[in-house]
Design a protein around this ligand. Sequence first.
Ligand code: PMP
Length: 289
Amino acid sequence: MIANVDPNTIVYLNGDYTRLADAKVSVLDRGFIFGDGIYDVVPAYKGQAFRMDEHLGRLERSLKLIGLEVNYTRQDWEKLVLDMLARVSQGQDCMVYLHVTRGAAKRDHAFPANTTPTVFCMVTPFERPSVAREKGLTAISIPDVRWLMCHIKSISLLGNVLARQQAVDAGVDEVIQFRDGYMTEGSSTNIWVVKDGVLLAPPRDNLILEGIRYRLLEELAAKAGIPFEARPISEAEVEAADELLLTSATKEVLPILQYNGKPVGTGQLGPVYQALRAGYDQILDQLEG
Ligand code: PMP
């Protein structure tokens, strides 16, 4: 038994739909041994997948970037996500977690020959942010000590886990990571800076995971007439921000109102956040329930 996990929930493992408690993988699985795999998380509102194409596109890019060939077409992935939602979601808000590893093989760093990848999928309930939308979040800065391929949605998440724990230990909601003096991202979120009415984000490169909300926020900003710029952002600019925001599938878009113990801008919800949040809510309202 694992605390807080329903053992009867149905998960998908290598072609079978089974109870979570019955889903087993080999201890020689390269995901377990090496963290050799990738994942993605598709949010679903009232059982309806949101931006599934974009998430599956990123899943396929991650697979390609680590040279993992798996016998699933885009249609197979779509079918898997939709099947799992139909079986498990009960029309609730939830997350579809997809996870692919290079499979079980004799322990050897090099890619194994003739090994079948492990494909796992589970659906977990998701509660939309509520209080934080008004109250805002707190964050601290930390050095980004992760590897240089953060654009891959790797299951090797030790760097992100240690970063997140620093937030917990400091009693804040998130960390903002910096590499060589420039902002990268949160432990599991993308970070946005607003200065003089302009929305800023770090470039889409190997130093961050490009969230599915990255382009979404760009679209929402364009619709709201908010100028957007992707460029390196220094620590000083983050300190002097009028607004700080974070985005992720589970957090949607939220304001950071306290940074390194000081208020961000006025310390109140800012106009850019409010416009982007309204746009985000509007898109979700339009989803067919
Ligand atoms: N960066 C990292 C490191 C993440 O883990 C996540 C969450 N997947 C994000 C950014 C945000 O991505 P998304 O908007 O697709 O959830």
